[in-house]
Write a protein that binds this ligand. Structure first.
Ligand SMILES: *Cc1c(COP(=O)(O)O)cnc(C)c1O
Ligand code: SF4
Length: 358
């Protein structure tokens, strides 16, 4: 069995397996037992990066369930249906999420290498309260029938968990569609399962192609960056792939100036270009990860802009039902009262977000 399959086979997703890596605290134990009905866990590789004794370890907090997930006050019920415009008049396959005319998100699997506690798609990936029928051919046919779509973002779940032949098939089909100009993968595997970027996958991805591939990964804390991840990123770049990062702003994980600066400098040191910093979305069960909306621009101002290499600066955005809205300046925030922000997007439409108390 190859190394990445072995990692998946030994997924750390029970109390007993977790205890081989860390000293589990009573609070963690309680939360794990209370989350029996939902998915959690990660690879043995990623679990080995946890601090054995510190429950505030940024990796532990992303992997291990918390009782705080039950204290949902600000997250929206039915979040994904709203956010991904799943109840609009346009009929689309479940695999296609659409907010823009020229590009779509195409979900091809509901499986992940880590079930991030802060996941905004957790209704699908973790809690399984939203059932989607993901049919790859149905999605590909829909894309082929929509000539206005020029950019496809393959997502999930984690799309690099598909096997090599399935990935090759999707790439081939997309490259045969004349209006597709670029292909993107959103994947945490370079960080949680770097073994996945092996010689066999590289063979499928490499070669000069007119339709380029971009991979955006998600690294939230400098502790996640290791030699193996650096190597996986390098291997992707040797396949002609551009690698970017989409970090999520997470309270208690990366919301201080030193950690935030180290993260972004370290990304560049392994050839990853920071792309987005996402505000932690209003999905249910993740209130405890959310900072005030203004926090991200403060961090970019105090940790990055002028303080370090310009390439280290991500765009700070909030993902909404009307697309991503830039929060680098305050002009997107049209109004704010005690409970709600009123936000305006690039084409003048409005949406609302809950205010997070300090
Ligand atoms: C994020 C996203 C995209 C891509 O947005 P970019 O700003 O181009 O990276 C496209 N479609 C959906 C539904 C998205 O959520
Ligand atoms: S890997 Fe991505 S889709 Fe999967 S749980 Fe993490 S953030 Fe969500």
């Amino acid at each position: 069995m190859n190394a990445w399959r072995e990692q998946l086979k030994n997924h750390v997703n029970t109390l007993e397996k977790l205890e081989k890596f860390i000293n589990v605290t009573p609070a963690e134990r309680e939360a794990i037992l209370a989350h029996k009905h939902t998915r959690w866990g990660t690879t043995p590789y990623f679990a080995s990066l946890m601090d054995k004794d510190d429950p505030n370890c940024p990796i532990r907090k992303q992997v291990i369930p918390s009782m705080l997930e039950f204290q949902n006050e600000l997250g929206m019920e039915g979040y994904l249906v709203w956010k991904e415009n799943r109840s609009t008049e346009e009929k689309r396959p479940d695999s296609i999420a659409r907010q823009y005319r020229d590009r779509v998100a195409f979900a091809v699997t509901q499986t992940c290498g880590i079930y991030c506690r802060h996941c905004f798609r957790r209704e699908v990936t973790i809690d399984k309260v939203l059932k989607l029928r993901l049919d790859v051919d149905e999605g590909l046919n829909w894309i082929a029938d929509h000539p206005e779509v020029r950019d496809v973002l393959i997502t999930g779940g984690d799309p690099l968990l598909l096997n090599d032949d399935e990935i090759e098939y999707i790439l081939r089909r997309l490259r045969e569609i004349p209006h597709i100009e670029m292909i993107r993968f959103g994947s945490r595997l370079p960080v949680v399962l770097p073994q996945r970027i092996d010689a066999s996958l590289m063979k499928k991805l490499s070669g000069y192609h007119k339709v380029p591939i971009w991979v955006n990964t998600q690294i939230n804390h400098p502790r996640e960056i290791t030699e193996l991840t650096a190597r996986a990123v390098y291997d992707l770049t040797t396949c002609g792939i551009n690698v970017g990062n989409q970090a999520v702003l997470l309270k208690g994980i990366n919301d201080t100036v030193p950690v935030f600066r180290e993260l972004h400098q370290k990304l560049l040191s392994i050839r990853v270009r920071p792309y987005y910093l996402f505000y932690c979305e209003a999905a249910p069960g993740i209130d405890h990860f959310r900072t005030p909306l203004e926090k991200g621009s403060e961090l970019i101002r105090d940790a990055l802009r002028g303080h370090t290499t310009g390439l280290a600066q991500p765009l700070y955005v909030i993902a909404t039902n009307i697309g991503k809205i830039s929060l680098l300046t305050n002009d997107a925030i049209v109004d704010k009262n005690e409970t709600r922000y009123l936000l305006k997007n690039h084409d003048g439409r409005f949406t609302e977000m809950p205010v997070i108390p300090e």
